[in-house]
Write a protein that binds this ligand. Structure first.
Ligand SMILES: [Zn+2]
Length: 548
């Protein structure tokens, strides 16, 4: 079967999403990663609309892309303006991109009511623009904006707009579900008709038949279904964004499109080796967009292959297919087993093995560890959401734990003035090997002040701590039955460039519970990235300590 060409628009449609924006340099870094995984077309932006996108094309055209063709996006010429005098089209050509995507109006409602144009002038605009870009040797991707809505309201006009683009020489005709409201069976029916018409028009004119593309939005939760419907009846180019970022509810998510097409429909998109980079790519784009990755994102999410129930776990240990729809390693993800009080011995053993701790290490009995874990869960710990603390606990139970710092003491004070927000101040004393360090820091609240002080104290010994950030902090009251003895559970999520981990603390005191979770998070990070003997503080450093 014919391969599918992937057209990524993370850098253009993706940045229409709320809270998503990239600098020109970030765009270039993302473009290189997209090229590296084998994306065929990278839509870099709209050079006519803003200087940042213009700058992106300036720096991108000096790069060599191995797979991808760089694409510039823009609109058809303005009404009443000739193509040669339209600044938007000039900017598209000046971008130097070998491929140009042009969107044109397909829906009579938009032409007449929104643009206040005539139907005939709109057809001329499409025809003139496509022809002009072809004269300038560009590969032309024609985006039929609101195609499915236009097709539903005024079918013959919607098809006329496509015909205008095709007869002017468009290489691709992309059917867009711009409002994201279409249903898969409507997409199927309309795409079939378009495929028939394209063949007929081109036979009349003796032109090569352009390829069909599909561009969907997820407003009805159907972006993926609509994409697959179009592919089944002849679309060969799929537009989408990594992680589904995009306006409103987003575009179709290429991290789902690629594995579904390739692994389930036998339509190759990228090489098998590149497919294993998918999870890392998704994480990289989340990081660059400064978005917390969604754990339940299909295929690439942290929970996509996570198993909690004991029956599921013992079953997948015998036969993974029993509870997994595919092998997670094909897309670079991995199976995870969650440890909780629901779980039997097999979960705990599996989990310990996964985290690289030996349950039976130092001659300890794994059954004893399992019962210790269950006791702690009764006290309010929840290990299925706290891998980091689970690892440290198992190491402690089996006397394998090697602390990379030790707390001597801390003091936290909070100040609140009338009409002023709270401010917090923390002083901490920690020991690292033979050295001791005292630091002080401020924060918006007691936990952030403690975090800042600990970071400052340890940063001197472990410079790699710079890469770690706390991303989530949750407090929950548990066991309220005993009134004053109610405990709090604090859950902290931290991340660095390649991993997210969670730690937990339980106490009757919120600061104590927060400290436990915070300390575990730092211990986890340090053990993961720095197994070397810490740098000893120099004498000069020691002299500085007291003044901090
Ligand atoms: Zn779009």
């Amino acid at each position: 079967m014919e391969p599918i060409l992937l057209y990524d628009t993370t850098l253009r449609d993706g940045t229409q999403g709320e809270n998503i924006s990239f600098s020109a340099d970030e765009k270039l870094t993302i473009a290189k990663r997209l090229d590296d995984i084998g994306i065929h077309y990278i839509e870099g932006g709209w050079p006519g609309s803003n200087p940042r996108d213009m700058h992106f094309f300036e720096i991108a055209r000096r790069e060599v892309f191995r797979h991808a063709r760089l694409t510039a996006f823009g609109s058809t010429r303005r009404p009443g303006l000739s193509v040669a005098n339209d600044p938007n089209l000039t900017a598209l050509l000046e971008s130097g991109a070998p491929v140009v995507a042009i969107f044109g109006k397909t829906w009579d409602l938009h032409v007449q009511k929104i643009m206040e144009n005539t139907l005939a002038e709109n057809l001329d605009m499409i025809r003139d623009t496509v022809a002009y870009l072809k004269q300038n040797d560009r590969e032309v991707v024609y985006d039929a904006e609101h195609f499915f809505d236009g097709y539903a309201d005024n079918r013959s006009y919607a098809l006329e707009t496509l015909q205008a683009a095709v007869t002017a020489g468009a290489d691709w005709v992309v059917l867009c579900d711009t409002n994201g409201g279409s249903l898969p069976h409507d997409v199927d029916a309309a795409t079939r008709i378009v495929a028939e018409r394209l063949t007929a028009w081109c036979a009349q004119n003796g032109r090569p038949v352009p390829g069909i593309g599909i561009h969907t939005h997820n407003d009805s939760g159907l972006a993926l279904a609509n994409t697959l419907a179009a592919v089944r009846v002849g679309a060969r180019m799929v537009h989408g964004t990594i992680n589904g970022y995009g306006e409103r509810c987003g575009n179709v998510d290429l991290t789902s499109v690629i594995p579904v097409l390739q692994l389930k429909m036998g339509r190759s998109c990228v090489s098998d080796t590149n497919l294993t980079k998918l999870k890392t790519l998704s994480r990289f784009i989340s990081e660059t967009a400064n978005q917390v990755p969604s754990n339940c994102r299909p295929f690439v999410g942290k929970s996509a292959f996570a198993h909690k129930g004991g029956i599921h776990v013992s079953a997948i240990m015998k036969e993974p297919r029993a509870y997994e729809h595919m092998d997670p390693t094909l897309i670079g993800n991995r199976r995870r087993v969650l440890v909780s009080d629901l779980s039997g011995k097999s979960n705990v053993e599996y989990k310990a093995q996964e985290l690289g701790v030996s349950l039976g290490g130092n001659g300890f009995d794994s059954r004893v560890i399992v019962s210790r874990i269950k006791e702690m869960e009764e006290q309010g710990y929840q290990f299925d959401v706290a891998d980091g603390t689970f690892k440290i606990m198992v190491e402690k139970f089996t006397e394998q734990f090697q602390p990379l710092f030790e707390l001597e003491s801390f003091r936290v004070s909070i100040e609140k003035d009338k009409d002023q927000p709270c401010s917090a101040h923390a002083t901490i004393k920690v020991a690292v090997g033979e050295s001791a360090e005292i630091t002080a820091a401020e924060g918006l609240g007691p936990v952030s002040a403690l975090d800042n002080a600990l970071r400052k104290a340890l940063g001197r010994f472990y410079p790699d701590l710079d890469t770690m950030r706390l991303v989530d902090f949750k407090v929950r009251v548990i066991d309220g039955r005993d009134g004053t003895e109610a405990k709090v559970r604090v859950l902290i999520e931290s991340r660095d460039q390649d991993e997210i981990w969670s730690t937990i603390g339980v106490s009757e005191d919120i600061i104590e519970a927060s400290w436990q979770a915070l300390a575990d998070s730092f211990q986890y990070k340090l053990a993961k990235t720095d197994t070397q003997v810490p740098l000893a503080a120099s004498n000069q450093d020691k002299a500085d300590q007291v003044t901090l």
